[in-house]
Design a protein around this ligand. Structure first.
Ligand code: FMN
Length: 189
């Protein structure tokens, strides 16, 4: 394999949003990163996904949802836990919400295929960010299943939020995990 492709695919690692700081991608870099999503395999050309960027001026509104979601789950959450929940929304210069869209007038493409397509689009985004010198991390969490989050982003019934993508400059490096070997996931029939 070409050295660049090898480095790109095997060099990317998950970086916690806590360790992703400024600078984030500039406007042209952000466009390149987002453009990479449209190269994802997409059965039926349905583009069964979209990405919402949570701009700096909207981070507090997301933080409020995280705060309220924690209170919904745990009435006894401490002020520190509530503050931490709120601060999660502030991490990282570029924050995207990845959304799968199950709408399908033909009913021919399964939900699973649509999720696979979103996964491919996400990986393209992560690899493009990495190629531009940025770190990235995915995060999920219980708030994604809450009506509060759906309301905040005005999601349609046929959409589900899947994870957040944070992109920025790596402020602290951590070693990647040990990868599985090919024999762990490949067999010949
Ligand atoms: C849909 C999805 C959601 C994820 N959510 C979280 C998360 O909430 N917290 C976290 O630490 N990592 C999360 N991850 C990242 C994985 O932990 C990470 O990819 C895994 O440890 C493998 O490491 P790598 O990305 O360096 O290969 C998520 C990954 C995926 C695919």
């Amino acid at each position: 394999m070409n050295e660049f492709a090898e480095k790109l695919i095997h060099g990317r690692v998950h970086v916690s949003p806590k360790r992703l700081g400024n600078p984030g991608p500039n406007a042209s870099q952000k466009n390149q990163i987002l453009l990479a999503a449209n190269a994802a395999p997409d059965h039926g050309r349905m583009m069964p996904w979209r990405f919402i960027e949570i701009g700096q001026s909207s981070r507090d509104a997301l933080g409020e949802v995280f705060h309220q979601c924690l209170l919904d789950r745990d009435q006894n959450a401490t002020p520190i836990q509530l503050q931490e929940a709120r601060e999660k929304a502030l991490r990282g210069p570029l924050l995207l919400l990845a959304i799968v869209n199950y709408e399908d007038a033909t009913n021919e493409i399964s939900k699973e295929e649509k999720l696979v397509s979103l996964g491919c689009a996400i990986q393209n985004i992560l690899l493009s960010a990495y190629a531009l010198g940025f770190g990235s991390g995915l995060s999920s969490g219980k708030a994604l299943q809450s009506p509060r989050l759906r309301n905040l982003f005005n999601l349609a019934d046929h959409e589900d939020p899947i994870c957040f993508i944070t992109i920025g400059t790596v402020t602290q490096n951590k070693l990647g995990r040990i990868r599985p070997s090919v024999s762990d996931y490949h067999s010949i029939f």
